[in-house]
Design a protein around this ligand. Sequence first.
Ligand code: SF4
Length: 348
Amino acid sequence: MTASISDALLDWYDRSARALPWRLPPGEPLPNDPAWPYRVWLSEVMLQQTTVAAVKPYFETFTRRWPTVEALAAAGEDEVMAAWAGLGYYSRARNLVKCAREVAARGGFPDTEEELRALPGLGAYTAAAIAAIAFGRRAVVVDANVERVAARLFAIAEPLPGARKAIRQRAEAITPDARAGDFAQAMMDLGSQVCTTKAPRCLLCPLSAQCEGRAQGIAESLPVKPPKKAKPERRGTAFWIERVNGAGAEVWLVTRPGRGMLGGMRALPDDGWSARADGSGEAPVTGVAEELGAVRHTFTHAHLTLSVRRIEGEPGGEGEWWPVERLDEAGLPTLYVKAARLALARED
Ligand code: SF4
């Protein structure tokens, strides 16, 4: 049965694999090119908690600008952070630079799951995915898609996270020795295209004959998830401080501390909301203030309402004057793009 599952899935993948910029066509031999593991690694880091559609343009930009791991290792962290802006989960970008430097210093990517796991920013899933996809190693690659397919295929009704052990054992049992990378990607494709969270398309599924969840009529309810915790509401304030000189209008930007939320990113100065649980705080700048409104943003752990206030006065502390006309090149994370848009709309 386990061999027939992997055979059926690989046959389906040969016919239906998604063409993605970081992927080889099914069955194609692995290229003997050091840029290959680099592309797999870069795509896997970008895809963590991020959709394929969102990743594609960033992947194109990064590989055009930094075609090898050595090129990325030689880039400034601020350049990489700015290029990453908008993709979210910014600790990934910081680890990306660290990892690229470590890999370049050791002369290339290691090819075992264990050694990959020791690199900055690589968890169990990413290390397994790179070992399988970039190097053809047999590795058990379990992301949310694979988790869903395995829970349904084997009717694992125990709630998450407790079910993870059984899911992993089952995924292990159906992973073939050959074509490990194709198998991992086939499971991911099946989960995202066919065995979808809502309304799985069992009629089109290559595994429908073997699927216990479908046979028992419980597939859509699996995997059983623990109840969601309500996200806390937080509040904060960002400050729009502008001056006009011979070069045109400029706005005061700061670089956020390296550690913590949105660490190392350029941003509007704020009242330190991210360091507090309740969002209360004092402005780090003084002067006449005008309320411009507020923007909403949702992080993985909280909702934030960020008030935007225009300050007429001189900024304090470290920062830089940035031309308003070139604000799109500053690499602001999405939260501050929203705040800047609000301030500019109010000016209009
Ligand atoms: Fe998922 Fe349905 Fe296929 Fe089972 S038969 S793996 S539930 S799509």
